[in-house]
Design a protein around this ligand. Sequence first.
Ligand code: GDP
Length: 424
Amino acid sequence: MVKAIVGANWGDEGKGKITDMCADKADIVVRFQGGANAGHTIINEYGRFALHLLPSGIFHKHIINVIGNGVAFDVNALKTEMAEVNAAGVEFNLAISDRAQVLMQHHILLDTYEEERLADKKFGSTKSGIAPFYSDKYAKVGIQVWELYDEDRLKDKLKGIYEKVNISMKYLYNKPEIDYLEVFETAKEYAAFIKPYVADTSKLLRNAIKECKNILLEGQLGTLKDTDHGIYPYVTSSSTLAGYAAVGAGIPPYEIKDIIAVTKAYSSAVGEGPFVSEILEPVEAEELRRRGGDKGEYGAKTGRPRRVGYFDTVATRYGCALQGATEVCMTCLDVLSYLETIKVCTGYELDGKVYKDFLTTADLYRAKPVCVELKGWNCDIRGIDSFDKLPKEAKDYVAFIEKEIGVKISMVSNGPKREEILYR
Ligand code: GDP
C-alpha cells in the first residue's frame, strides 16, 4: 500500500509530524522532490529535529528511508543532518537513488547571487540552490549520482559545465570563477561518502510494492508552491504534488492509493507572493506567529518569521483538489485556543465579484479576502485524547472547514508531539 503525505497549502503544514506518526506502520519512507530548502519539524523521544533532506522515517529503526530520484540531493546538507541525528543516538537505514541529481556548490552560489541581483524583485529564496539545480537538471547539465563513479567522464563533463557557469560568475555577477578541478575533487569526496547508500531505489520500491510493503511518500512544501499549479513565479522549482511522487520515486502512479493532504488550522507562508488571507494588522499577526507551531511560526530552515493568515478555504479546496486528496489532516488546532472568535476566509473578492475558485497570481494580488467569523473555544485543548471530547466550537470549526473544502478531515492534531492526534 502506497500512501502520500503532502501539503495542501504553502508548506509548513506539519507534514513531518504526520509522516513520523504514520511511520510506525510503514516499511519505507520516501522523499521524492525538493531539497534541503525546507524543514520538517519532528518532536519525539529523541528530541526536536528540523529535517531538511532525510526522510521523516529515520526515527524508526525498521524503516528504509529513500532519497528518490526527484530530490535535489545536497550531499553536504545530508552530511550535516546525518551528524546531527546520529549525535542524538538515532540510527537509520538510508537508500539514495542512483538517479538522484547532485546539488553542487555553484547552485547555491548562483541562487544567492541571483537574489542579490534581483534586489527588491527577489523571490525570497532560501538560497539553497534549488532553482539553479532544477534549471540544470532540465537543461541536461546536471549530474546524476551514478555519474560520480565514472571519473574520466565526470571530469570532462565538469569542464564543460563550468565553462558556462563561469561566464555567469564573471560577467553577470562579477564574482570569482570556479575551478572545475576543485569541484571534481569535491565530487570524488561525495562519491565516497554516499557509496554505501546508493541503490536502484525505483527497483527497490517496485519490489516492495510486489511484496505488499507499506510505503509512505513524503512531500515537501505544498500545492501552492507547485511549479505549475502554485502562485507562479513565487513557487518552488519542483512539483509538490502527489502525482509527481510517482515520477520522483519511480513507481507506477496507480499504486498511490491514499493521499493525505495536510493543512494547518490557520495559514502561514514564507517568501514572496500573493497571500489573500494574510493578517496584515501587525499586532494580531505577531500574536498568531508567536503562538504558532511548537516554537512560533519561524522558518525551520532560515529562522525568518513566516507570514500568517486566516484559514483559507478557497486555497485549501484548490490545494486538496490538485493533490487528489483522499483525506485531510488538520494540524495546529490547539494554536487557535486563545481566540474568542476565529475568522475563516471563504471567498476572494475581485472587481465586485466573489470568487470561490483559486485565481492566477496577478488576480490573487488584487483579491480581497471574504471572511466569516466563527465562535472560538477559548480554552486549552492540548492533552485532549479524542475528537469527541473537544469543545463544541472546536468540533464545529473542523466541520465547517471540512464542508467548505469537500474532503474528509480524518485526523486533527492538537499538539506537536507524535501522540497528539485525534482521529475522526
Ligand atoms: P512541515 O514542513 O510541513 O513538516 O512543517 P514544519 O515542520 O515546517 O512546521 C510545522 C510546525 O508545526 C512545526 O513547528 C511542528 O512542530 C508544529 N506542529 C505540528 N503539528 C502541530 C500541532 O498540532 N500543534 C502545534 N502547536 N504545533 C504543531
